[in-house]
Design a binder for this molecule. Sequence first.
Ligand code: ACO
Length: 328
Amino acid sequence: MADIKARIIGTGSYLPERILTNFDLEQMVDTNNEWISARTGINERHIAADSEQTSDLAVNAARKAMDMAGVVPEEIDMVVLATITGDFPWPSTACLVQDKIGATNASAWDVSAACSGFVYALASAAKFIETGTCKRALVIGAEVLSRIIDWEDRNTCILFGDGAGAVVLEGQEGENGVLSTHLHADGSQWELLYQPGFGSRYPASVSGIEERLPFLKMAGNEVFKMAVRSMYDVAQETLKFNNLDVTQIAKLFPHQANRRILDGVSKRLKLSEGQMYVNVDRCGNTSGASIPLALDEANHKGLLNPGDLILLDAFGGGFTWGAALLRW
Ligand code: ACO
């Protein structure tokens, strides 16, 4: 059988219209622009309109990716959507997207790996394509984190934003496409970053709402250290697996957690100026959406050239982390 690679043939993204600046946050919690900017590098983030759900953001990004790829929804065999803020606990948001775009021939499922979700989703879809099980996959990262943020908690509410990014993957013979994927998890650390309610552990209750269980909880310092170490380790693992030196990577797309995490990874990897793509200043942390959003931005800016080696590098709740190496 010919060597088939999963190649990205289209990218798309969507950011809600409303922008929430650090100055807006000053009016909501006890914080200030200088603190947020210095500690996180975030200046503003986008917030979904009340009428917008995660599936709507995903559909907007997916349609743009399909337009760029020149494929119609019926040609998509699989919709894989990374999210921790689906429209409902179930059915999957991927099913809602499959219906909304009319991808009537596609299977559909969500991937739950928090901020590593897109890399996990891409790795899964690529395997289906490489084995010939499917020809074209729509891989999406979409989040409306603003609905699970505790807007009274200044430790967390300053960090996150809403958005979506999508890619169309197609099986092609040749050298271009996903070259390798590397996924990891350490479930023993789940309590450092999670959403307590409402699932089977803490079922829906009035007291649970009073205890703010439906909102994201995070131990910021511990997450910070683990994120830098894990994103560095998995990037090194990927380079070693492919016999590459970091200087051969044209662009590294990290999960856009916050500027200090990205600077830490960049410094340890000894990246050169501009080698890492960063948009966290404008988008905040959009969890599973952050890598495809950044990828689409860079693609539209003409920063990605055929043959370029692209490294995707993520870390998130679970803990989960992973990387994917692509030849563009
Ligand atoms: N505004 C002003 N002061 C604040 C704010 C705020 N928004 N938030 C916390 N502070 C205060 C704290 O209360 C504390 O005050 P104290 O010394 O009087 O107790 C002080 O600032 C320092 O707090 P720290 O938590 O030690 O601040 P730190 O420098 O660690 O920065 C931060 C906090 C930005 C959350 C950092 O830990 C971090 O970046 N963590 C990673 C978290 C992250 O990015 N998570 C995203 C999800 S995971 C992922 O995507 C990989």
